[in-house]
Write a protein that binds this ligand. Sequence first.
Ligand code: ATP
Ligand code: MG
Length: 424
Amino acid sequence: MYAIIYIIGIFLRYAIIVSMRFSKTFVKTLREAPKDETAKNGALLTRAGYIHKEMAGVYDYLPLGLRVLENIKTIIREELNKIGCEEVLMSSLQNPEPWEKTGRFSDQEVDIWFKTELSSGGTLGLAPTHEEPITELLKSYISSYRDLPLYVYQFQTKFRNELRAKSGILRGREFLMKDLYSFHTSEEDLNRFYAEVEKAYGRIFERLGIGDLTFETFASGGIFSKYSHEFQTLLPVGEDTVYYNADKSVVLNKEVLNPEVLTDLGVSREDLEENTAAEVGNIFKLKFKYSEPLGLKYIDEKNAQKTVYMGCYGIGVSRLMGVIAERFADNKGLVWPESVAPFKYYLVGIGENGNRVAEEFYAEHKTETFFDDRDSRPGEKFADADLIGLPYRLVISDKTLAENSAELTNRQTGESKLIKLSEI
Ligand code: ATP
Ligand code: MG
């Protein structure tokens, strides 16, 4: 009996979480973007009801927007779990102590801190990243070579007091990041894992629909390798400038473009094309940068104490949502790749019969369907379908029902065809 109630409960909850009717959601589309929203991603995502701006660089994610973020997270999570990473969730409030040991609590060293006072006295920070706390945390769990290697990641809100925050969700003062940290006994092992992450990132951006626009890029900031690597997605409003050769086998950030680097990489300036891009990920071989000052050590096979090798690997989850939104949008609105779209179908019923059959279809395909069941004109619904940008619009009307069909329109190509209801 209890088991049955439990199972029914799960079904109900599932139905409640996943189904979405336009008439029931509090979200409304807007004809105009708010005046203070100058970035295209911010303007479109606001108009289409995905996000709500609180203030510069600070956004809320509404039901549709949250689904996009969750879809991006799921893809990242699946690919990281495949290479053996373990997920955690660390705190945002930061004890200054470990940061003081690396010199990074100082506002002179790191100029984007948000800090706050404890009512009992003393200062805390709001985490802009997590190298220090994860290193400190793992001192309690790593003691022997048998505990290594170890790969730990999280999805978490980061706080950065960014000077310029007018690029919509591309640059937030509060934003969602995936940060992964790896721990090793040797440089070789760090190199091995770094290469695995490079491949996993390739698969992630491929699955997100931006594989052919995203390039691993030589950038500054390497610790014992000369470079760090960024993942840059070509984007007209991107803040970074990248240079690449024709087949894009060599891509470098402008910040490292100099004669020495060109020689290193075996390319000449004339062969490189310039473009703008947005940094969606960044990977570093940290070596001992944090493990040394924080004292993260282990005992090796010969009983000698050694310092742990580290790497760190970021992805801007909320920035990615903005990049994808901005990159694929057309003059009618958003155009989501299927893998990140909040729903696959935008369902519209026209006329009494059309609406009745649409209801039936919706009852069977709730998880994939956003049902525009509002009492408004078809033209208005079609305009919102284009703005919201789901991969397919499905229209059921007397005309289509005469053929036992629905009209399926591909948002990206604009192509329409009749499809038998039984085949959907
Ligand atoms: P940027 O040069 O754009 O400021 P960063 O080098 O400071 O980025 P990291 O500290 O490496 O970035 O953070 C990892 C990832 O988080 C970045 O690759 C980027 O995609 C994302 N990110 C960084 N800052 C922001 C921000 N203010 N808003 C949204 N995403 C961000
Ligand atoms: Mg930055």
